[in-house]
Design a protein around this ligand. Structure first.
Ligand SMILES: Nc1ncnc2c1ncn2[C@@H]1O[C@H](COP(=O)(O)OP(=O)(O)OP(=O)(O)O)[C@@H](O)[C@H]1O
Ligand SMILES: [Mg+2]
Length: 361
């Protein structure tokens, strides 16, 4: 196992910069996700780390070893890395055993060692009893587990995943997310995981690196990114957020401010980061749908409002409603047991801590 460090990585295809000065680390045993929309440079970054793609500039270190720096590249097979792709790449004409054993055989390990290690890897991924099956005789989820077993069996210093679950149906994908993260925790393998699915990144990662257009937008724990998005993009990409334009009316100290919204509505909020604190000027106000709480009629205090319900959609455990506070339209989520009716005026409260103020530069 080892720590990964990427410093000022740049990848240019002609005049197109797919990756622009990205720097991050993955600590020993940590599970980190690269998250971002299609085309933001996730796969390119991963392929550079694997050595399948040359970098234009920057330094990549695995443990203490520099594997890529300004033109010098350690070949992929010498990097001590294994990668799991979206397509399972399980060889159909080989048995599960042969598929998993392949990496050890190319290292010419003794037959008895190969046998023992393959059995152990199949046990870890829950495929005992499948050793003699052919690739064609497996479901998508089973094939993906073969790919996983093949990736972990050579005890790589670093595991790289590129959307490994996106070809699976929703139910299986859900289960595999838990299995994969549980497996990673158990083996403690340093892992970098690429996905464009925010809920997958939230569920699995110790830390998320959010990317857009080849750049790093923000990095932090899932909680950090959810509670303290640094930009409009971060707020919109992760979770359901209402984003409103406001003007700071006055500072409240300790990172708080009163903000004027459309039509004379004022609301108290907190700046996402201390460096974003301002005493005047425009500000983005981010309110998560689930932060809007229904309270008793007549309830007073900070951020209590009358709201008119303009629509309601039943989603099972919750209903999502469109509400209006004066001229301000918001999407809210309420428990489905006692849903508000359309046309009803309800009393709501939004914790000042849950009103996130973002000032973009
Ligand atoms: N070989 C190449 N030549 C030219 N441009 C490329 C090449 N490979 C990737 N790109 C461009 O680099 C950018 C980043 O691509 P990349 O595959 O890293 O995106 P991604 O974040 O993995 O997207 P997705 O979620 O769709 O897989 C894209 O704009 C892509 O078109
Ligand atoms: Mg990709």
């Amino acid at each position: 196992m080892a720590r990964l460090s990427v410093e000022d990585l740049v990848v240019a295809y002609g005049s197109v910069k797919a990756v622009r000065n990205i720097s991050f680390t993955v600590e020993d045993g940590e599970f980190v996700s690269l998250l971002g929309p299609s085309g933001c440079g996730k796969t390119t970054t991963l392929r550079c780390i694997a050595g399948l793609e040359g970098s234009t500039a920057g330094t990549i270190r695995i443990g203490d070893e520099v594997v890529a720096a300004d033109g010098r590249e350690v070949p992929p097979e010498k990097r001590g890395i294994n990668m799991v792709f979206q397509s399972y790449a399980v060889w159909p004409h080989m048995t599960v055993f042969e598929n998993v054993a392949y990496g050890l055989r190319t290292r010419r390990e003794p037959a008895a060692t190969v046998e023992a290690k393959v059995r152990e890897a199949l046990r870890i991924v829950g495929l005992e009893g499948y050793a003699a099956r052919y690739g064609t005789e497996l479901s998508g989820g089973q094939q993906q587990r073969v790919a996983l077993a093949r990736a972990i069996i050579t005890s790589p210093r670093l595991l790289l995943f590129d959307e490994p679950l996106s070809n699976l149906d929703a139910g299986l994908r859900d289960r595999m997310r838990f299995e994969l993260v549980e497996l990673q925790r158990r083996l403690g393998q340093t892992s970098l995981y690429v996905t464009h699915d925010q809920s997958e990144a939230m569920l699995m990662s110790d830390r998320i690196i959010l990317m857009k257009d080849g750049e790093m937008i923000q990095s932090g724990s899932p909680r950090d990114l959810y509670d303290r998005p640094a930009t409009r993009f971060a707020a919109e990409f992760i979770g359901n957020a209402n984003i409103l334009n406001g003007m700071i009316a006055r500072s409240e100290g300790q990172g708080g401010a009163i903000v004027a919204l459309a039509g004379g509505v004022t609301i108290e909020g907190r700046f996402s980061w201390t460096e974003q604190e301002r005493v005047s000027g425009p500000v983005l106000v981010c309110i998560r749908a689930e932060s809007i709480q229904r309270v008793a009629d007549g309830e007073s205090g900070a951020n209590c409002f009358d709201a008119e319900v303009t629509s309601t959609n039943f989603l099972g455990a919750i209903v999502t409603s469109a509400i209006r506070i004066g001229d301000v339209g918001l999407r809210a989520e309420f428990a489905a047991r006692r849903p508000p009716s359309v046309g009803e005026t309800i009393r709501v409260r939004i914790e000042p801590d849950a009103v996130i103020l973002i000032t973009e530069h």
